[in-house]
Design a protein around this ligand. Structure first.
Ligand SMILES: NC(=O)C1=CN([C@@H]2O[C@H](COP(=O)(O)OP(=O)(O)OC[C@H]3O[C@@H](n4cnc5c(N)ncnc54)[C@H](OP(=O)(O)O)[C@@H]3O)[C@@H](O)[C@H]2O)[C@@H](O)CC1
Ligand SMILES: Nc1ncnc2c1ncn2[C@@H]1O[C@H](COP(=O)(O)OP(=O)(O)O)[C@@H](O)[C@H]1O
Ligand SMILES: [Mg+2]
Length: 304
């Protein structure tokens, strides 16, 4: 099987490098019944090369999330019926500026406490953000993006949205059935807000509005397969792109390299397991095995 080349490469790792070199990132989400989503995002961030990964979750699911991987740190936030309570944001606020990147949304639900977290994370402009899943649904429901004040300026940290066509339909009002119209709508939204948008699917496309009108065009990803149409694969991508932002990449670079390595790991899982039988858990594991294909000099010949 021929493997396409990555759109860019991370710098090679040096002997003096340490955890801090590879970024400290925080994944915010999870709820009772959807603890796995934020765990998949957190594990994916580690397997994409982050130095330090923490998950900020409702108190009720902390032990569940912590139990998935000993290297993931966890922070319990106030909880109501297994979801973020209104008091969650005041406790999360002090963590934000200490992160190199934050991913928000997987499994978080769309309640009051989650809505406040999303609104406040959108307001801050210093920490790079990946916005996915229920955080996108909250933005759509609250019509946050109708307000131009959320647009990013030249000195603001990057923001990357990662909607699947259902979420993109809620955000833009353009039906998931109309692929071309959805891509146009994503390009307009990206240019208006000066953000990067990953339009997930088969294939996944990336559009970027950070250069203002001179949009960088459309990146069409060449890796991935229908075996990735299984619960949690998007949560894995959230962790990957959060990790790459935390390693210092721009939104455009983190999104393109993120979808490339995510699909590459999906292809490795399909080859190693099967398309029908692979799960997001397998994807998160095979990601660890192919991660060096994103790195200069240690670029190894693809194994499959
Ligand atoms: N283990 C866990 O904890 C997991 C937790 N998860 C968490 O669940 C939350 C809800 O997220 P979600 O994506 O599951 O539900 P939802 O937003 O209703 O979208 C699904 C609908 O959207 C559409 N659609 C999707 N793709 C499409 C396409 N390519 N092309 C066309 N249409 C497409 C399609 O709509 P339909 O066609 O069925 O009307 C589909 O039914 C979220 O927070 C997430 O993180 C999950 O990650 C799973 C694992
Ligand atoms: N047919 C396909 N070909 C390539 N990638 C796919 C295909 N179907 C789904 N994917 C990928 O799997 C992921 C699914 O994301 P999402 O629907 O958000 O999953 P979840 O929310 O369950 O984690 C996306 O990255 C998408 O690009
Ligand atoms: Mg998803």
């Amino acid at each position: 099987m021929t493997v396409s080349s990555p759109p860019l490469l991370l710098p090679s790792r040096q002997s003096a490098d340490h955890k801090g070199t590879f970024g400290r990132v925080l994944l915010v989400g999870g709820s009772r019944g959807m603890a796995g989503s934020i765990a998949l995002s957190s594990i994916a961030a580690l397997h994409a090369g982050s130095g330090l990964v923490a998950a900020a979750v409702p108190d009720r699911v902390l032990e569940t999330v912590a139990g998935y991987h000993p290297a993931i740190m966890t922070t319990a936030l106030p909880c109501l019926d297994g979801h973020f309570a209104d008091e969650a944001w005041p406790e999360l606020r002090d963590w934000v500026s200490r992160q190199d990147a934050i991913g928000v949304g997987p499994g978080m639900g769309t309640g009051e406490g989650s809505t406040t977290i999303v609104s406040e994370l959108l307001r801050q402009r210093k920490t790079p953000l990946v916005i996915d899943a229920d955080a996108l649904n909250i933005i759509a429901r609250q019509e946050f993006f109708d307000d131009e004040s959320y647009a990013r300026g030249d000195s603001d940290a990057p923001v990357v949205l990662t909607p699947h066509p259902g979420e993109l339909g809620r955000l833009t009002g353009v039906s998931a059935k109309d692929e071309h119209a959805q891509l146009d709508a994503a390009q307009q939204l990206a240019a208006r807000l000066r953000i990067t948008i990953v339009v997930k699917g088969g294939p996944t496309r990336v559009v970027d509005g950070c250069a203002g009108e001179q949009s960088a065009g459309v990146y069409v990803n060449a890796t991935g397969n229908p075996g990735m149409g299984t619960a949690g694969c998007g949560d894995v991508l959230t962790g990957v792109i959060t990790s790459l932002l935390g390693q210092g990449l721009s939104g455009w670079d983190a999104a393109r390299l993120g979808v490339w390595i995510h699909g590459r790991a999906g292809d490795a899982a399909a080859a190693g397991i099967s398309q029908a039988g692979m799960t997001a858990w397998h994807l998160a594991q095979t990601l660890a095995g192919v991660a060096d294909e994103m790195v200069e000099s240690s670029q190894t010949a693809p194994s499959v």
